[in-house]
Design a protein around this ligand. Sequence first.
Ligand code: SIN
Length: 290
Amino acid sequence: MESYEREALEAITTRPVHNYRTLTLERITPVLGAEISGVDLSENLSAEQLEEIRTAFRDHHVLVFRDQTISIEDHKRFASAFGELRPVNPAPPEGDPYILEIRTTSAAANVAGNGWHADGTADAEPSLGSMLYITEIPEPGCGGDTLFANMHLAYDMLSPTMRALLDQLTAVHDGAKALAGYTPPADYVIPKTEQPLVARHPETDRKLLYVNKAYTSRVPQLAARESEALLDMLFDTIACTPVLHCRVRWTPGTLVFWDNRCVQHHATYDYYPFARYGQRVAINGGAVKG
Ligand code: SIN
């Protein structure tokens, strides 16, 4: 391990873990994710509970709430405590405009989110976070986990020279890249936005790597071949560095809340011929801060 990689890991793994009064928190790894217990999401949460969940979200970025029995209204109420709800785009043909159904059956050729990405990064104002509530899982031991990766650490573990180069660049995020193989409704306007390649988290101001394989198509300051080589190197770093990752194994009634600003996720399609079903609500974020 290079000295700057060790320094980045030391900085993140030696952070003190907050003491909570209204919930119990157990980390998934020292760098990403936490299981939260002692919170019933079907109830109106107190201001203190919500404040502690905000603190846990800021520190761990992926929060897992198990054994929840919630309605669509409970799901939306919990999400709206963190910001304005984000309508599903393209809008679902029927049902609630804020509920994205994540449904896989044995007939699926592929599944939504089966590749590293953050939600909505081609939008001028990408999503703050997503809450996925899974109610049907493949048989126990038959897969369907979701992987998450910490983009603060992905940036911090790069060499100082690489970080200095990336700090000066932007990247184009193109919704057309993510659509590959799917034809959207005729009136869908495909989003495309230039974002800082290194962003800052709006709440902590910490830097993070802001490119993802599903949406990021080009670094406009570089020649096409240079851009492709640089982006491929960064995508490989995200996918092939396990210390950046945590893994959530779903059980029915689990809700996971992740931060789209500093975390990427990858839904693993390894459970054919089993089915998986869940509902996702997303929260609006602001413009990406460079
Ligand atoms: C997604 O939001 O990309 C889907 C995640 C999942 O199904 O685990």
